[in-house]
Design a binder for this molecule. Structure first.
Ligand code: B12
Ligand code: SF4
Length: 484
């Protein structure tokens, strides 16, 4: 069969059975565009190459779409973006694609494959090539030169003639981010309407996420840095302003969630960006994630004037000793002061927490509850700690607890890791109790009422998805009520 060497289908896998999609609460509340794939597509299409995207996460029942695409377009390449939980689904989909186009080369990228590299080529015969780190330049070089020349391309893991996988090493320099075209959002079916920020996390729709920097120089024990390493590269304020304006003018976007790991790490560009938003207003709002060390009263006041609606920041745990084992600058007083400063600036605050870190105890969970409920936090997300390949803690995880490394279940929604001294069922109870206590506080209930006018679209979605929420509450209650 003659395949089109200049064409690639890029796939964002769902990660589990289609029938489970409607019950996955994290998917119900949060569907964000796969910006990495959209960025790659835009980059490839600057030249002779063409790329299309199928986002199975946003459109769960996409197997048939992939079959039809392979049948009609016959691309020589298919690419998958993989987290740990979605990797095996991508392997399943590559088999499906190869049934229709037997010669198609499968290229895997993303955090999971960047972390495990050679091991995956060893274990999965259907994975042909792995791209470690940023994909734009490496994939272009691969598609332009062909798979026969892959052995000489930096950033790839390929099988040699003897079948042994070899990593060709990292690319020497990271991409200059201002040289990239804006991601090809138009290639995402249903953009922007099918993509949704977490409920109650935005004032107006349509909204989208946007990435304006790559990397983070910190080294938290639980965070996988395999893709962008510990560097920090960023778009200039001018590029960023043009990007935001483009999203507004072309797609009608009214609110943006900057999904950068560290939006404010380079202070000057944030100031410049805010000044541009103030001088040439677009009527848009934005959220961003920060580390407490990189915000202050003056910057927050400027961000508020520029349209900042909500700031998320990592707290992880309210037990300072435990925190010190997992991240730098573990100072809960400083964190509390920064949270108060965000609130005082008139910006909503979202705290990001984890339960089940190595070293967690019932006492540390109680400390986390006391800490969070003592602060003026508007919203929080409590995820179930999951040791991802590539994170520093992964190396020694079996010495600090019981770890069931079942990739499809590693989506931060179940306790695949249980620290020494704890029991899984008890952790589920404590987890449910954390949320239940939060939702029973009158202050919190009142704040959801105010969302009727602060984020009416969230309430509309809440009502539309009520069945999904109720089924989640029911299943977590059942788990919580189970006794060991
Ligand atoms: C936005 C986001 C989401 C969005 C969109 C996901 C997406 N695919 O873009 C949503 C909300 C759907 C999501 C869900 C989840 N996410 Co998420 N997410 C992110 C986040 C914050 C930004 C992603 C992003 O846009 N980065 C910027 C772009 C430019 O980079 P990129 O996506 O990595 O892509 C580049 C390279 O990786 C590479 N590349 C990627 N794919 C491909 C494919 C090919 C063919 C090639 C050649 C190259 C290539 O080239 C790209 C461009 O240079 C990252 C953290 C981060 N900073 O990256 C976490 C992250 C990817 N998510 C993570 C997790 C854990 C999850 C969830 C399991 C948990 C959850 N409930 O949130 C689910 C899993 C869903 C699934 N089916 O995979 C982890 C993954 C760790 C792991 N090993 O699994 C990360 C790394 C955060 C972290 N440090 O813990 N996520
Ligand atoms: S958790 Fe946040 S601050 Fe820590 S290394 Fe990861 S991105 Fe950086």
């Amino acid at each position: 069969m003659q395949l089109d060497n200049a064409k690639i289908l890029l796939v964002h896998p769902l990660g589990y059975e289609v029938s489970a999609a409607g019950k996955d609460i994290s998917r119900i509340v949060n569907i964000m565009p796969p910006i990495g794939l959209a960025s790659i597509a835009a980059y490839l299409e600057q030249g002779e190459l063409t790329a299309d995207i199928i986002d199975c996460y946003a459109h769960p029942d996409s197997d048939e779409k992939i079959r039809q695409y392979m049948l009609h377009h016959k691309p020589a390449w298919i690419g998958f973006s993989c987290t740990t939980s979605s990797f095996l689904d991508a392997v399943r989909l590559t088999k499906l694609a190869k049934e229709i186009c037997p010669g198609v080369q499968s290229v895997f990228g993303g955090s999971h494959v960047s972390a495990l590299r050679e091991q995956l080529l060893n274990d999965y015969a259907d994975v042909d090539i792995i791209i470690v780190g940023e994909g734009e330049e490496t994939l272009k070089e691969l598609m332009t030169n062909g798979a026969e020349k892959a052995a000489g391309i930096a950033g790839l893991v390929v099988r040699g003639r003897d079948g042994v996988p070899t990593f060709n090493g990292y690319r020497k320099t990271g991409i200059e981010l201002d040289s990239l075209p804006f991601p090809a959002y138009e290639k995402l079916e249903g953009f922007p309407d099918v993509y949704k920020l977490p409920i109650f996390n935005y004032p107006k729709a349509p909204s989208t996420s946007c990435i304006s920097s790559r990397g983070c120089p910190y080294a938290c024990s639980y965070c996988d840095r395999s893709v962008f390493q510990r560097s920090f590269r960023f778009n200039s304020a001018e590029y960023l302003y043009r990007h935001v304006k483009y999203l507004h003018e072309r797609f009608g976007i009214r609110h943006i969630n900057f999904y950068d790991d560290q939006f404010t790490f380079q202070r000057q560009r944030v100031e410049d960006f805010c000044n541009l938003m103030i001088a040439n207003p677009l009527g848009m709002t934005f959220n961003c994630a920060v580390r407490a060390e990189h915000i202050d009263e003056k910057l927050l006041a400027l961000m508020k004037s520029a349209g900042c609606w909500m700031v998320s920041l990592g707290i992880e745990t309210g037990d300072e000793n435990l925190l010190a084992q997992h991240r730098q600058n573990a100072d809960l007083n400083m964190l509390a002061n920064k949270i108060r400063t965000i609130k005082a600036a008139g910006i909503r605050t979202k705290g990001l927490l984890m339960m089940g870190l190595p070293g967690e105890t019932e006492k540390s969970i109680q400390l986390s509850m006391d800490y969070v409920f003592s602060l003026p936090i508007d919203d929080f997300n409590l995820s179930k700690f999951t040791p991802f390949p590539g994170s520093p803690i992964y190396e020694k995880i079996h010495s600090v607890g019981e770890f069931d490394e079942d990739w499809p279940k590693m989506d931060c929604m179940s306790f695949q890791f249980v620290p020494h001294g704890m029991e899984k069922e008890r952790m589920e109870e404590l987890y449910n109790n954390f949320y239940r206590t939060h939702f029973q506080r009158p202050k919190v209930l009142l704040s959801y009422v105010t969302m009727l006018w602060k984020s009416p679209d969230s309430w509309r979605r809440f009502i539309v998805d009520l069945a999904g929420f109720l089924s989640f509450v029911k299943s977590s209650k059942r788990l919580g009520d189970e006794k060991p």
